[in-house]
Design a protein around this ligand. Structure first.
Ligand SMILES: NC(=O)c1ccc[n+]([C@@H]2O[C@H](COP(=O)([O-])OP(=O)(O)OC[C@H]3O[C@@H](n4cnc5c(N)ncnc54)[C@H](OP(=O)(O)O)[C@@H]3O)[C@@H](O)[C@H]2O)c1
Length: 244
């Protein structure tokens, strides 16, 4: 995603890359060098000092560390990273008291709208079972995807019930629980389907990510939106002005 963000900045005339942060001790590879004159650094404080916003797709641990630095320096932090533990999520919430944090497990405009549609459908179809299916490339480490969980949360928000997961595939289907299924393989960028299964009918809402640039462009939109906002934890609904 780091490379996608660099490309998204290069294709836009509204952003300048202040610095590209790499892990300490990283040996710069050919791709990094190909980007030409960008300031590559392994010093997060130097990177943050030069920036109006941090766009971060990394690891949960790294994002938590960056959010603390962002809070100290009051720099907006856009977090695309997924797979946070409850404790890590709390640390990000704490950092958001001191700066603007936009955190979204999916930065695409399409998935943000899909979540809103899922919420509406779940509310309108209370008797339908809900199953969420996702497929990603073989290197993805977390499952179900952050986006699948986001869609599950949107569904239960629509129903006004807590999220109850039903991942077991043995026995009869539990009423009211949401089933998550994760497929992994090849180079799939991201497929999500939310299936509403009722008596003799099914409604399927789905999104296909064809290129990771959609996430990078969404993150830049969030970085722009964050400028001058009061401190707080926001998501892509806020950025796009959707009810959420
Ligand atoms: N929200 C969204 O729309 C969205 C979209 C796509 C992906 N994601 C999420 O974004 C995250 C990254 O995805 P990815 O596919 O780009 O993974 P990736 O290829 O593994 O990239 C993660 C990058 O973070 C770097 N990194 C880790 N710790 C670092 C540190 N302390 N300082 C600087 N750099 C550090 C890694 O560097 P090394 O190579 O040195 O380890 C690596 O280049 C995942 O959590 C993924 O689920 C979210």
């Amino acid at each position: 995603m780091g490379r996608n963000v660099i490309h998204a900045i290069a294709e836009s005339d509204q952003f300048t890359l202040a610095a590209a942060l790499v892990r300490r001790g990283t040996v710069l590879d050919r791709t990094t060098v190909e980007t030409g004159s960008i300031a590559v650094t392994d010093d997060p404080i130097a990177a943050i000092s030069a920036a109006d916003a941090i766009v971060d797709f990394s690891t949960p641990q790294t994002s938590v560390q960056l959010s603390a630095l962002a809070a100290q320096r009051h720099v907006p932090h856009i977090i695309g990273t997924t797979g946070f533990s409850a404790d890590q999520a709390q640390q990000i919430e704490a950092a958001a008291r001191e700066t603007v944090i936009v955190r979204a497990p999916n930065m695409s405009v399409g998935v943000t709208l899909l979540a809103n549609l899922v919420k509406q459908a779940a509310k309108a179809l209370p008797a339908f079972d809900i199953e969420i299916l996702e497929m990603h490339h073989r290197a993805k480490v977390d499952a179900p995807s952050g986006t699948a969980l986001l869609l599950g949360r949107a569904a239960v928000e629509g129903r006004g019930t807590p999220l109850r997961r039903s991942d077991a595939r043995q026995g009869a289907r539990e009423s009211g629980a949401i089933g998550f299924a994760s497929l992994r393989g090849g180079t799939v960028v991201g497929e999500h389907q939310v299936i509403f299964a009722g008596q003799h009918e099914r409604l399927v809402l789905s999104h296909t990510a064809e290129d990771r640039m959609i996430f990078a462009r969404g993150a830049l939109l969030a970085a722009q939106w964050a400028q001058g906002r009061p401190s707080g934890l926001y998501n892509m609904n806020d950025v796009l002005g959707l009810p959420g």
